[in-house]
Design a protein around this ligand. Structure first.
Ligand code: SF4
Length: 334
């Protein structure tokens, strides 16, 4: 039996960003598109945490939204537990939706301020018809205790809680439909540093207790290192490296991964001269030809400007860089 819970193949999403000019109809050839996700493929195994990392605009959140059905892909396929997600079929998506949930970055924005906490957590239970009557109230109390709050908190409103407590409520709500898979989109980036670790530890405990599988979206490599089993690195909508977490942090293969790690002083690899972060992410509406990273890459070669590299196997995953066929860029000794 396959241990893959979620499989993403060739996932692509274009956004039409053509600027309307008066009431002129923009011809098809004149339209401008932004490709937020470009032919992205990866698998997530049951019970693991797979992280997607990359700078702002790399396509992380677009991919997360497509996976939970908030955005329809322009191309590609998402399979959950072996079944293709059919966005056109409301009934099929409803069945699948119970099995996956999402935790958002800002717990205040994701909780209805006019609803009591008990109703917020009970909503998925009612929507999916999982329980009835007094059973629902007992389940809400149990979930609040599971996330470190009290059953009595069900009667309060979201504004009566701190940011960390609100994220605990959001997690209790996510758990209420008994999901197997949770997409965590920057789950701690809106929280004080002092409570970030508590929420991350809670998420890990819940993963063990309920056998959950996580897709973690984050720009914070310290969070990713603390939480993940495997990591995918995105650059301008393309997956440039996938590797086991340990391997990625000790032996990154792609020059962009090295640059990302070197930008975090605590994570810089000891004994290696750091590669300075240079340049800006190019305009995604008009990305550079060839390898999109070539304007910033310290190892750029003539072919990088013309030919887009394909992913090739590495020790624990894949990476897309022309250097890999010739031996990975060697760490410079400082
Ligand atoms: Fe750098 Fe070329 Fe590799 Fe792109 S393909 S990361 S430009 S060496």
């Amino acid at each position: 039996m396959s241990d893959t819970l979620l499989s993403v193949q060739g996932l692509t999403r274009h956004f039409d960003v053509s600027k309307p000019w008066l009431n002129r109809v923009i011809e098809r050839d004149d339209r401008q598109y932004l490709t937020a996700s470009d032919d992205v493929s990866f698998d997530i195994r049951k019970g693991e945490t797979f992280a997607l990392v990359g700078e702002s605009g790399s396509g992380k959140s677009t991919i997360a939204k497509m996976i939970v059905g908030l955005l329809e892909p322009s191309a590609g396929e998402i399979r959950f537990d072996g079944k293709a997600m059919d966005f056109a079929s409301g009934a099929a998506m409803r069945t699948l939706r119970r099995r996956f949930q999402m935790i958002f970055q800002d717990p205040f924005a994701s909780l209805n301020p006019r609803w009591r906490v008990g109703d917020i957590i009970a909503e998925p239970i009612r929507t999916f018809g999982l329980m009835r009557g007094e059973e629902i109230g007992r389940e809400v109390g149990r979930l609040l205790e599971v996330v470190g709050l009290s059953a009595a908190d069900a009667a309060k409103f979201p504004h009566e809680f701190s940011g960390g407590q609100r994220q605990r409520i959001a997690i209790a709500r996510a758990l209420s439909s008994r999901p197997e898979f949770i997409v965590c989109d920057e789950p701690t980036s809106a929280l004080d540093v002092s409570v970030q670790a508590q929420i991350l530890n809670l998420m890990r405990d819940l993963q063990d207790e309920f056998g959950l599988t996580y897709l973690l979206i984050s720009h914070d490599l310290s969070v990713v290192r603390h939480m993940s089993n495997r990591i995918g690195v995105l650059y301008l909508g393309r997956l440039v490296e996938v590797a086991d977490a340990k391997r990625l942090f000790t032996d990154p293969q792609h020059p962009y991964t090295r640059m990302l790690l070197d930008a975090v002083p605590d994570l810089a690899l000891s004994g290696r001269r750091r590669t300075p972060v240079t340049g800006e992410v190019p305009n995604p509406i008009n990305p550079p030809p060839g390898c999109a990273f070539h304007p910033r890459c310290p190892h750029v070669m003539p072919e990088c400007r013309q030919i887009q590299p394909h992913s090739i196997p590495t020790a624990t995953g894949t990476a897309a860089c022309h250097l890999l066929g010739q031996g990975a860029p060697r760490a410079q000794q400082g």
